[in-house]
Design a binder for this molecule. Structure first.
Ligand code: HEM
Length: 103
């Protein structure tokens, strides 16, 4: 799964380089993957966090745990790409928010 994500990312990056795909489409596509993996990771965490749900979904807990871990790992990888694109913005944001508070 992780290799697929990295290969997929490199393929769409190559498509941008070859001008088969715009940079905007590439970023939109991976932003959607990031959102989807976040949603699946969060939803599959719920039965572990909420007692009532874990009782109700007991037979599926193992599968849900596996999904949670797999989608969570993909989310981390895509989040790293995402942070790398927006690194300059984030650095500027952190610098600004760390400044002295006005009197
Ligand atoms: C949206 C973000 C996330 C939320 C809200 C979340 C929440 C949770 C919760 C509530 C549990 C159960 C903890 C317990 O019972 O003590 C859990 C377990 C776990 N989480 Fe996450 N988590 C998130 C992201 C991730 C990510 C990115 C990973 C990386 C792979 C990850 C890996 C795991 C693993 C391996 C477990 C144990 C699963 C099992 O027992 O089958 N989680 N998480």
């Amino acid at each position: 799964m992780l290799y697929l994500v990295i290969i997929g990312y490199l393929l769409t990056r190559f498509a941008v380089y070859k001008k088969w795909m715009s940079l905007m489409t590439h970023q939109k596509l991976w932003n959607i993957v990031l959102l989807m993996t976040f949603i699946v990771t969060s939803v599959t965490a719920l039965p572990f966090a909420i007692d009532g749900l874990s009782g109700l979904l007991m037979p599926y807990l193992r599968t849900l745990g596996e999904w949670h871990t797999d989608f969570g790992l993909v989310m981390i990888i895509v989040a790293v790409f995402h942070a790398a694109w927006h690194w300059r913005y984030m650095k500027a944001f952190i610098k600004k928010t760390r400044g002295p508070t006005p009197a």
